[in-house]
Design a protein around this ligand. Structure first.
Ligand code: C5P
Length: 202
């Protein structure tokens, strides 16, 4: 039996944390679809043509430990605006969503394009300032030398690119439950997500 949970929202809204916790709670598999675009972005930075990179992506490409940098995030959002790149990644994501035993996918277009028939859809958001602060803390904790204003500008730039692209722009699906995590603890956000999904499970 399959059960797909789609979790979309802008960068650093808490999707990753919520998705992992939800997947573990229900015993479902989890796919961070942002990693697919980051891996393609990384390949572009090393000189590969993005569409070719998307078509030849391997599981090992997703396991690199250098995909979570601001530079790769910006490259990811650039390649993500190319329709042929998105098209090359659709089948893998749809198959993952329908695997037996249930799946949680987090990204930007899961509830709208990849899995419009998902059994449960969440749209996780937070103010740009709160999201930038989280990303800033995360990068600082990794020992990276970052400036808050630059991180905030990066977040806003990526939001604008992700929300305004023609193909699969970031927006809540009509039937998504929205969770604003600006003033929520991680535990409260996870509890809200689980409650919303259980309501859909009936
Ligand atoms: O979620 P994450 O920050 O890792 O995503 C990196 C970039 O990949 C996003 O800014 C977005 O442009 C792109 N992306 C996308 N569709 C998804 C997931 C990520 O366009 N489903």
């Amino acid at each position: 039996m399959s059960f797909a949970i789609a979790i979309d929202g802008p960068a650093a809204a808490g999707k990753g944390t919520i998705s992992k916790a939800v997947a573990s709670h229900f015993g479902f598999a989890h796919l961070d679809t942002g990693l697919l675009y980051r891996a393609v972005g990384k390949k572009m930075l090393t000189g590969l043509e993005p569409v070719e990179a998307a078509k030849t992506l391997t599981p090992e490409d997703l396991e690199r430990d250098d995909l979570r940098t601001p530079e790769v995030a910006q490259a990811a959002s650039k390649v993500a605006a190319i329709p042929e790149v998105r098209a090359a990644l659709v089948d893998f994501q749809r198959a993952f969503a329908r695997r037996a035993g249930g799946a949680v996918l987090d990204g930007r277009d899961i509830g709208t394009v990849i899995c419009p028939d998902a059994e449960a859809k969440l749209y996780v958001t937070a103010s740009a300032e709160v999201r930038a602060k989280r990303r800033f803390d995360e990068l600082s904790a990794k020992g990276m030398d970052v400036v808050f204003e630059t991180v905030l500008q990066d977040v806003k730039e990526r939001d604008a690119r992700d929300m305004n692209r023609a193909d699969a722009p970031l927006k809540p699906a009509q039937d998504a439950v929205q969770i604003d995590t600006s003033d929520l603890s991680i535990d409260a956000a996870v509890a809200a997500a689980i409650q919303a999904i259980e309501t859909r499970q009936g």
